[in-house]
Write a protein that binds this ligand. Structure first.
Ligand code: SAM
Length: 280
């Protein structure tokens, strides 16, 4: 994510007034060769887009980002400058993510968390990624040697997940399943249910799926639960939800980590709580 680096003088050269410069976006992100911008109050979007293309020679399209909606996290974006090609390959910490930014989401602000997941896994451990998307966490974990079962409900994201497994040469370490993670866990319940060393829940409504996560975790396994949490409810709400779900499942949890990933919205944080789950 870039913050206003170099943009002001470019806009001044293009005849922007002080007021227009002040209204220009304060930050943007370069994902592959696409620049993602939340324009806010800025009215001269095309001209700002052209300036951003000059600033980032490797990029060829500028997208205005209006939001993300629905269970399968559909992005609402609009081409404001450049060629309009929204399909790209983004490289981050050695992982390649192919995706179309007009069809599937990518959160630039989750960069450190994506890297972190590749660092915490140990080779050959087994992981269930319940909300895999295009492979945000699955890919760095599999590249680090973990065996990952990745579930994704959105067929378009799933298509890129499959492509990315091949692109990163981890197809022999991942099992990719298109569908609802709850159905996948239910279909494998009972004695045959595989027990994972780690369960990743990279979804703001993850707490709704904690029952499925808990039946999938081996004793002593780790769950990573993401949440969008109001500042005043840090950390009681996510930690309370973990204890409540564990109690209902006859298990106990021990919080071993907690992180703010990024600001989600005014007064609300995207957080992750890591918990070790005992019992069963
Ligand atoms: N933390 C961000 C958020 O919650 O908006 C990123 C979410 S993204 C990694 C979540 C992914 O989970 C999306 O690709 C979405 O399609 C998928 N998803 C949502 N509900 C699902 C479910 N029940 N089973 C499997 N995948 C699901």
């Amino acid at each position: 994510e870039y913050r206003r680096i170099g943009l002001d003088s470019l806009l001044r050269d293009r005849g922007f007034t002080d007021g227009e410069i002040a209204a220009a976006p304060g930050s943007w992100a370069v994902v592959g060769d696409v620049i993602l911008v939340a324009f806010g109050e800025c009215e001269r979007r095309e001209a700002v887009g052209d300036a951003l293309l000059d600033l980032h020679g490797e990029a060829d399209t500028v997208l205005a980002r209006h939001g993300i909606s629905g269970e399968t996290r559909q992005p609402d974006v609009e081409v404001v400058a450049g060629t309009g090609d929204t399909e790209t390959v983004h490289h981050e910490h050695g992982t390649a993510y192919a995706l179309d930014l007009s069809r599937v989401m990518f959160a630039p602000g989750n960069k450190a968390e994506r890297a972190h997941m590749g660092e915490v896994v140990t080779p050959e451990e087994t992981v269930l990624d319940m909300f895999a998307g295009v492979g945000y966490f699955t890919l760095p974990m599999a590249r680090a040697g973990a065996r990952v079962t990745a579930v994704e409900k959105n067929p378009e994201a799933f298509g890129y997940l499959s492509e990315n497994a091949a692109l990163n040469d981890v197809h022999d370490r991942v099992e990719l399943l298109l569908g609802d993670c709850r159905d996948v866990v239910d279909a494998r319940s009972g004695a045959a249910n595989p027990r994972f060393d780690r369960v990743v829940m990279g979804y703001y409504d993850a707490y709704d799926y904690l029952d499925s996560a808990l039946v999938s975790l081996a004793p002593g396994g780790i769950v990573h639960m993401h949440e969008a949490t109001p500042e005043a409810e840090l950390w009681d709400r996510p930690v309370g939800r973990l204890h409540e779900a564990a109690g209902a499942a006859g298990r106990t949890v021990d919080v071993v980590g907690r992180r703010r990933v990024k600001s989600h919205s005014e007064g609300v944080w995207h957080v992750v709580v890591d918990a070790r789950v005992s019992g069963l």
